[in-house]
Write a protein that binds this ligand. Structure first.
Ligand code: UDP
Length: 420
């Protein structure tokens, strides 16, 4: 077993001047001054695909740019391990699972090997940051005296109790646990250990630089979308909690009023840890049937950052009809491009969308359809909501804010001598 060091591009905090407030940049710089040279090691399941990789791709180089010695490692892909980890992820989000002791042992053993690999590679840290359930037990096996932070990126509004049974002792080894919202909890977790701040998007990444309308339409046309007709898209991994079937239901209802409507479900299968994606995709494909106006995209060779940007910039409405969502970077990404978003009324989508002002929150397919129709018919409303959404993201969900929050968290952890 080897661990992969993930290399990232260079970025500078100054590059965000004029995009976020000077006050925020100053806060991040001030916190960083007391952390110069601190060795922070982030560990995640995968170097690309999904929200965590997207965040670390920008956060790690930004930490480095302010003098923190940050590195990022991803674990070696292993199908049976990722299947168990995904089942635990479902469990944390409230799903049921029939995981046996053997599978839990496999999950723990993979983490033990990953920790051993880091030790063999000579990787040391003043502060460990483990992201999500896949690498949660890592700290236990590292045998380190340095503190750890566990970042739980998912929606634990109503976790299945099996999750706390299996995971709680590992969680309690961390000095701090980061969640995105106050509503997220786990039985047995001491609230004093919990830090609450949501993720953020990088306005300077290729994916988030808004494309001019004509360029977006041109790209979408090259992917088979008719630029002369309305388009609704959901950009998401093919995952049961993202409810792609419900998006198709909403599209079908909306199409009764807007006959020219097209739908794109965009979910490039890149995340190696996403063991269910193919199964969900096949089911969605069958559900979509032979409607020529429903376009499914799963090939990472066809859908890269530019295409994601084109769908988010060039769609008339973006839907994110999740039933659980830790945060939902895709919501912030679409709002940042000024595109109105209709989102499932849950988790981090509820945090991001102020219903009727910065987007719409919906509980089911029929309300989703009616909001889509409203936005397609009332273009002035769509523009107002798109503008308000972009401004809300600028103020709350851009990466320098996340950098500041992580740095301030690091300060509290490395300054304190023992667990809080
Ligand atoms: N994403 C992508 N290509 C796709 C689908 C999604 O690059 O075809 C990206 C998306 O732009 C976002 C991330 O994957 O940056 C998904 O993060 P989110 O928080 O929305 O959901 P997660 O996958 O972590 O549950």
């Amino acid at each position: 077993m080897a661990m992969q060091r993930v290399l990232t591009k260079e970025v500078k905090l100054e590059d965000y001047t004029g995009i976020v407030s000077d006050g925020l940049l100053a806060e991040a710089t001030r916190a960083a001054e007391r952390l110069t040279g601190l060795r922070v090691v982030h560990v995640s399941a995968t170097p690309y695909g999904g929200g965590v990789a997207e965040i670390l791709k920008s956060l790690v180089p930004l930490m480095r740019s302010v003098g923190v010695n940050a590195e990022w490692y991803a674990i070696e892909p292993d199908d049976s391990f990722f299947r168990v980890a995904k089942a635990l992820h479902h469990c944390l989000q409230g799903g049921s699972t029939d995981l046996g002791r053997d599978q839990i042992e496999l999950y723990l053993a993979h983490n033990e090997r990953a920790a051993g690999a880091l030790v063999t590679m000579g990787v040391t840290a003043d502060l460990w940051m483990a992201h999500d359930v896949q690498v949660l037990p890592l700290l236990h096996y590292l045998g380190t005296t340095s503190p750890g932070v566990w970042v739980c990126h998912i929606d634990t509004t109503e976790p299945n109790e099996l999750a706390s049974e299996v995971l709680l002792s590992y969680i309690n080894e961390y000095r701090r646990v980061v969640v995105s919202m106050p509503q997220y909890h786990l039985d047995g977790l001491d609230p004093a250990r919990v830090s609450i701040f949501p993720p953020a998007i990088d306005p300077r990444s290729a994916k988030n630089v808004p494309l001019p309308g004509h360029r977006a339409r041109q790209l979408l046309a090259s992917r088979g979308i008719d630029p002369a007709r309305p388009l609704v898209s959901q950009v998401s991994r093919f995952d049961r909690w993202k409810d792609p079937w419900g998006v198709i239901d909403a599209y079908r209802l909306a199409k009764e009023e807007i006959p020219g409507l097209q739908l794109a479900l965009v979910g490039a299968m890149t995340a190696k840890d996403d063991s269910d994606a193919l199964e969900v995709f096949t089911s969605v494909q069958q559900y979509a049937g032979s409607d020529p106006d429903v376009h499914l995209f799963s090939n990472p060779l066809v859908i890269g950052d530019l295409e994601v940007s084109a769908f988010q910039s060039g769609s008339d409405v973006i839907v994110q009809k999740s039933t659980r969502e830790g945060f939902g970077l895709t919501v912030a990404e679409a709002m940042w491009k000024g595109t109105p978003v209709v989102g499932g009324d849950c988790g981090g989508i509820r945090l991001q969308i102020c219903d009727g002002k910065t987007g719409f929150l919906v509980a089911d397919a029929s309300s989703c359809a009616s909001r889509i129709v409203t936005l397609l018919k009332d273009r002035a409303l769509a523009r107002r909501i798109g503008d308000a959404g972009r401004e809300s993201v600028r103020r709350n969900y851009l990466i320098p804010r996340l950098l500041r929050d992580y740095l301030e968290l690091a300060l509290t952890v490395v300054d304190s001598k023992k667990p809080v």
